[in-house]
Structures are given as structure tokens and as C-alpha cells.
Design a protein around this ligand. Structure first.
Ligand code: CAA
Length: 241
């Protein structure tokens, strides 16, 4: 039987490419999403991948949603914590809500999703947790104190949990995408994107969602069993760690 992979924010952007790549690699995929019903329905119609609605910022909703996925598809073997939001603002203008929303989704979302699957993975002696962090968690980004803090936190979470999971056959890794051509990045003011951001990318272009999805498929595979606590940096040369 094929392994079950659960991808948060899995019906749009990088998440949609990840869901599809995992399906093509033979996994049974569940794509979680939080809000956009229309996009989710379209995604299911086009790909045959089941979509499940809940917010990763809500612990109880995550526990219930994961229970539903596992009842319908089987135990989750691969969890991809991809869901993320931006609420960009220079810090002097940033509101407490902008701070909290981003921390709740982009950082606490990892706790909320991973905690309910962790015991089962330990019992079965197999698991793959793949956290989608960001270049801006590695280097920091003006206008993103909230996002950079959350994404840096995701890397600490990855390294701590990797040590706990190792003996139980669970690997925990992170991917730090650079600027990828998704709605999130295209929402940046065009002048800021073209004049300040793209010129900083040595390969001279935005990344493709599929370029991140291929990293996920590798980390999920049996071939990657000795890799844990690591970060794959995929940013077109914009920042070296
Ligand atoms: N470093 C230092 N100062 C900066 C700066 C930078 N990188 N960028 C802007 N500033 C300064 C400006 O020079 C300006 O200074 P003055 O007021 O003295 O003139 C001030 O900050 C305000 O700049 P803006 O006019 O741009 O301010 P704004 O309020 O209109 O916009 C912003 C602020 C929304 C944060 C905008 O600058 C922006 O969108 N920046 C890009 C942020 C970014 O990269 N977000 C990534 C989103 S995609 C993503 O997150 C995915 C991923 O993982 C990569």
C-alpha cells in the first residue's frame, strides 16, 4: 500500500506543486488548506488529490483534521509543513495582529500539525517531517520581522525534533526556498520585486514551485534516511549559509 503524505497549504502555490510531485512519486496525498474553497475544489478536480479544510493555527482543528485524514486514507507517514502567510510591514508600523497571525500560522502551525502525528510515527518507527522555512528565516528581511522570526523558529524546531526522532526512524528536515514565482511573491509591489529583489538573485529569475517540490520528494524518500536536522537551501544563489 502506498504511504500517506499530508501537505499543509497543499492546494496552492508551492504546496500544490509538492502535493502533485508526491502523488506522481506514488504517495496517497492529502492536501490541507485553510480558506480558498474554490482553489481547493479546482485542485481536486484537476489532480484527483483530496483536499481537507482547517487552519494550522488551531491545534484542535489540526488534531481533528489529521484524525479524519487517517481514518479515510491511513496513517500519515510524511508530513509537509508548508502552509504560510505574510503580513509584511515595516516594524514601526507592524500591528500586534500582524505579528500574531504570522507566528500562529508559520511557527505554531508546525507544533499544531506535528504533535498529533508524532506518537503514531514513533510507534511505527517511521516518519518524515519536512518543514518549509524560507530564505528570510536565514537572512532576515526588512518588512518581515514577524515572518523572519517565525521562519527562523521553524529551523530551530527542525533541529531539536530531528534529535528526538532519530532513534524512532523519523527524520525532520527543512527546506529554505528563496523567492519563488507564486501568488505570495507576486503580491509584492512590482517595483519592489523588479528593482530590489530580482536583481539580488544571481540566477536572474524567480524559482519555480516544482524546484522546491523535487527537494521534498527526495527528503521523503528512503534514499534520504541518513539526512536529518538538515536544511536544503534553494534560492538561486541569493544567500549562502
Ligand atoms: N532595508 C532597509 N530599509 C528599507 C528596506 C530594506 N530592505 N526596504 C525599504 N526600506 C525603507 C525604505 O527606504 C523607506 O525608508 P524611508 O521611509 O526613510 O524613505 C521605508 O523603509 C519604507 O519603505 P517602503 O516605501 O517600501 O514602505 P512601505 O510601507 O510602502 O512598504 C513593505 C513596506 C510592504 C515591507 C515593502 O517594502 C515590501 O513589500 N518589501 C518587500 C518585503 C519582502 O521581501 N517580502 C517577501 C514576501 S514573499 C515571501 O515572504 C516568501 C518567501 O519566503 C521569500
Amino acid at each position: 500500500m502506498s504511504k500517506v503524505a499530508l501537505v499543509t497549504g497543499g492546494s496552492r502555490g508551492i504546496g500544490a506543486a509538492i502535493s502533485l510531485a508526491l502523488k506522481n512519486a506514488g504517495y496517497t496525498v492529502a492536501a490541507n488548506y485553510a480558506g480558498n474553497d474554490e482553489a481547493a475544489q479546482k485542485f481536486t478536480a484537476e489532480t484527483g488529490i483530496k483536499t481537507y479544510k482547517w487552519s494550522v493555527a488551531d491545534y484542535d482543528a489540526c488534531a481533528e483534521g489529521i484524525a479524519r485524514v487517517e481514518a479515510e486514507l491511513g496513517p500519515v507517514a510524511v508530513l509537509v509543513n508548508n502552509a504560510g502567510i505574510t503580513r509584511d510591514s515595516m516594524f514601526h508600523k507592524m500591528t500586534r495582529e500582524q505579528w500574531k497571525e504570522v507566528i500562529d500560522t508559520n511557527l505554531s502551525g508546525l507544533f499544531n500539525m506535528t504533535h498529533p502525528v508524532w506518537s503514531g510515527m514513533r510507534d511505527r518507527k517511521f516518519g518524515r517531517i519536512i518543514n518549509i522555512s524560507s530564505i528570510n528565516g536565514q537572512k532576515g528581511q526588512a518588512g518581515q520581522a514577524n515572518y523572519s522570526a517565525a521562519k527562523a523558529g521553524d529551523l530551530g524546531f527542525t533541529k531539536a525534533l530531528a534529535q528526538e526522532g532519530a532513534r524512532a526512524g523519523i527524520t525532520v528536515n527543512a527546506i529554505c526556498p528563496g523567492y519563488i514565482g507564486t501568488e505570495m511573491v507576486r503580491a509584492i509591489d512590482e517595483k519592489v520585486l523588479n528593482e530590489r529583489i530580482i536583481p539580488q538573485i544571481p540566477v536572474g529569475r524567480l524559482g519555480e514551485p516544482e524546484e522546491i517540490a523535487r527537494c521534498v520528494v527526495f527528503l521523503a524518500s528512503d534514499d534520504a534516511g541518513f539526512i536529518t536536522g538538515s536544511t536544503i537551501t534553494a534560492n538561486g544563489g541569493q544567500y549562502f549559509t
